[in-house]
Design a protein around this ligand. Structure first.
Ligand SMILES: Nc1ncnc2c1ncn2[C@@H]1O[C@H](COP(=O)(O)OP(=O)(O)OP(=O)(O)O)[C@@H](O)[C@H]1O
Ligand SMILES: [Mg+2]
Length: 511
């Protein structure tokens, strides 16, 4: 049906170079009007660069862009928006302390006598929200919204500007399965209204579920298109990387007696209302992976912050080994063997402007390879960064490259490498494989399993239910700040876990 539809977007021979890198090389892309078109490829393949070029953030070095059959030349996103192209980025760009309305209209305010016409803006947002079933209230503060809603605000923002083609860069990376289904419902509404969606994802099963057609990019160039109806996830993975699909599966139990982390009746207050973390007790032993499952916003982030000393407890105790670390600083905790793969690498894990070697020693400034005697050991840090880049397959020109020049998945691999290199006693892994491709995902899973076998304790917070079930020895479900169920991952399906996460199983699960 969409095959015969006219082309909404066509890219012909797009090449984009950065210093030392050819990000896109002779790319061909044909997107029909009214279809959901997926773009897949491994980390650093050039997907985001290509979309930023289509959105006017980059000028291509070579090639042609056609929108609705007409050649265009965008100097900025404003030009792209003018032509009906909108983009939701890999990392959301909303202002937390503003309302949905303010965020949506920011930059394109309808004015009456030079002032924001709130009534008109509110009316149009309601209209958009209704038309595409986004379920948004214009007057909610964005900081009160969960990830799924924030994403719908971003989508509303793009629609508000009149986009007919929406680019979504890894929209599902941050969503749990129920939210993914909601998003796909939204995409179906968009399609029904004749809009076109281009979306990027590393989750090949969902790509097959939602896409009408698929373009595969490898090492900067298009290697082909695939029909989701007849292509398996395995075949897609092979097209992308020539690798097998990873399976998260642990070997025999490695859980030992000694507890490395104990939380005793830990609570964390939230501004107004009930606590963000409510009376949580748990133990992590050496060689044990303790998974925390939950829909985003049920206190997992606050719990992680509390363990890392980034947020004060309102009551309770945290023990690392035999030490009561409740009053310790984050730095002290890290020095004593707490490792941390943060949920939001841009806010907590990286300095985007800084070179990779500085990011290598970030949070580890008091130990080799960061220091030699009283001095920063630049040479040692660079050499060790190069080692991590080799071992973790971080694709970038070298240790002096700025972190922001890396693709999202490659940034993530660097952080994982950094934290694993410190050989922590206890690792807090918040979404450790978020945004990494299937090849890198299996590498990270193997590394976590090896570390577990050597006795590392791991707290795993993830939205990926296969990852949680496959890696955890013990699995807790967090709902409204409390641990509401403890499940045996060996006898659990993703569907059952999903039921517990939404609280639908709370009565049945009480036993
Ligand atoms: N601003 C930049 N300066 C220099 N190099 C860049 C810049 N942006 C991207 N690159 C490089 O271009 C290549 C493609 O990166 P891109 O972000 O497009 O990959 P991607 O396919 O989106 O990967 P991921 O799945 O990890 O998000 C990478 O080698 C990256 O390091
Ligand atoms: Mg990307």
């Amino acid at each position: 049906m969409t095959e015969s539809a006219p082309l909404a977007v066509e890219l012909r021979g797009i090449t984009k170079r950065f210093p030392g890198v050819v990000a896109n090389s002779d790319i061909q892309l044909r997107v029909h009007r009214g279809e959901v078109h997926a773009i897949v490829g491994e980390n650093g393949a050039g997907k985001s660069t290509l979309m930023k070029t289509l959105y006017g953030m980059h000028r291509p070095d070579e090639g042609e862009i056609l929108v609705d059959g007409r050649p265009v030349s965008f100097r900025s996103p404003a030009d792209a928006i003018e032509a009906g192209i909108g983009m939701v980025h890999q990392h959301f760009m909303l202002a937390d302390n503003f309302t949905v309305l303010e965020n949506v209209v920011l930059g394109s305010e309808p004015t009456r006598g030079g002032r924001l016409d709130r009534a008109e803006a509110r009316r149009r947002i309601r209209e958009i929200s209704d038309a595409y079933a986004l379920g948004l209230d214009p007057d909610t503060l964005v900081e009160e919204l969960g990830v799924g809603d924030r994403q719908r605000v971003e989508i509303a923002k793009v629609l508000y500007r009149g986009a007919r083609t929406l680019i979504l860069d890894e929209p599902t990376a941050v969503l749990v399965p129920q939210e993914v289904d909601e998003l796909f419902g939204n995409l179906a509404e968009l399609k029904r209204e004749g809009l076109t969606v281009i979306f990027i994802s590393h989750k090949l099963d969902e790509v097959r579920k939602v896409a009408d057609s698929i373009t595969v990019i490898r090492r900067g160039t298009t290697v082909g298109t695939a029909d989701p109806a007849t292509t398996t996830a395995k075949q897609l993975a092979e097209l992308m990387v020539g690798a097998e699909l990873p399976v998260a599966q642990k070997r025999d139990s490695t859980v030992r007696e000694t507890a490395v982390l104990q939380l005793r009746e830990v609570s964390v207050a939230a501004p107004g209302g009930r606590p963000a973390v409510d009376d949580v007790s748990l133990t992590v032993r050496e060689g044990e992976v303790v998974g925390i499952a939950g829909v985003e916003g049920n206190g997992q982030a606050e719990l992680v912050d509390a363990i890392m000393g980034l947020r004060p407890l309102s009551s309770g105790t945290v023990l690392l080994g035999a030490d009561d670390i409740t009053a310790w600083s984050t730095r002290h905790r890290r020095e004593q063997g707490l490792g941390f793969i943060p949920e939001d690498r841009h806010r907590q894990g990286m300095l985007l402007e800084a070179p990779l070697w500085e990011n290598r020693i970030l949070g580890h400034q008091t130990r080799p390879p960061a220091v030699k005697g009283a001095f920063i050991d630049r040479k040692g840090a660079r050499a060790d960064t190069a080692r991590i880049m080799r071992e973790y397959d971080v694709r970038a020109p070298g240790p002096d490259t700025a972190a922001m020049a890396l693709s999202g998945g490659n940034q993530q691999k660097l952080i994982v490498g950094r934290e694993m290199s410190a050989r922590p006693r206890l690792l807090i892994a918040a979404h450790p494989t978020r945004g990494v491709d299937v090849g890198a995902q299996s590498v990270i899973w193997e590394l976590l399993k090896d570390a577990r076998a050597e006795g590392m304790g791991i707290v795993l917070v993830s939205a990926d239910l296969d990852e949680l079930i496959g890696l955890s020895d013990t699995l807790h479900v967090m709902l409204r700040g409390r641990l509401v169920a403890t499940l045996d991952p060996a006898r659990l399906t993703p569907e059952e876990l999903g039921t517990h996460m939404t609280g639908a199983a709370s009565t049945a699960g009480a036993a």
